[in-house]
Design a protein around this ligand. Structure first.
Ligand SMILES: [Zn+2]
Ligand SMILES: [Zn+2]
Length: 154
C-alpha cells in the first residue's frame, strides 16, 4: 500500500499531473479495495470525504489515472467497467452472476507463449486471462433458494 502511494506521487509528477485531493482520494479508494470497484462505487465512497465531488469528476479522474498507468480497467461481461490499482502482472476471476472480481497469479500463464497463428498479427506485450464462473457465495445462495423461480428446474 505504502509503495503504491510512493509510486502514485512519482507517476503523477512524471505525467505532469498535480496531486490534488480528489486524485489522491479516488486513487486511494481503488487501491485499498480488493473488489475492483466501478465508477459509482468509488464515487459513493469518496463523496463521504469530499462532498462536493461529482460523478463526472470521478470519471475524468479515473481516465487520467488510467492514461498514467496507475489504474487499469477491467472489462467484465456485464455491468460497468471496474478499476484496478494492482499494476503487477495478474489475472482475474470474474463471477458472472454478482460481478465479483478477484486477482490471481499463475506461473503457467506467466510462461505462456502465444500460438503461432498470432505472430503475423503483431507483437504481444501482455497477456490477460479472465476466468469466468459462479463464485462460491452465489452458488451457496443458489442452493439455499432450492428450486426457486431462478432455477431452470432440472
Ligand atoms: Zn458471485
Ligand atoms: Zn486485478
Amino acid at each position: 500500500m505504502r509503495n503504491r502511494f510512493a509510486r502514485f506521487a512519482t507517476v503523477c509528477r512524471d505525467f505532469g499531473l498535480r496531486v490534488t485531493p480528489q486524485r489522491v482520494a479516488v486513487y486511494r479508494e481503488v487501491a485499498r479495495s480488493k473488489e475492483h470497484p466501478d465508477v459509482e462505487t468509488v464515487f459513493n465512497r469518496v463523496r463521504r470525504q469530499i462532498p462536493t465531488l461529482s460523478l463526472d469528476t470521478v470519471y475524468r479522474t479515473l481516465s487520467v489515472l488510467e492514461e498514467a498507468g496507475l489504474v487499469s480497467r477491467v472489462e467484465t461481461l456485464s455491468g460497468p467497467a471496474r478499476f484496478d490499482a494492482n499494476t503487477t502482472r495478474h489475472h482475474h476471476y470474474v463471477c458472472t452472476r454478482c460481478g465479483l472480481v478477484r486477482d490471481f497469479c499463475s506461473d503457467e500463464l506467466a510462461d505462456f507463449s502465444p500460438p503461432r497463428e498470432v505472430v503475423p498479427w503483431g507483437t504481444v506485450d501482455s497477456v490477460h486471462v479472465q476466468l469466468r464462473g459462479m463464485c462460491t457465495r452465489c452458488r451457496v445462495a443458489g442452493t439455499r433458494r432450492g428450486s426457486g423461480s431462478d432455477s431452470p428446474g432440472l
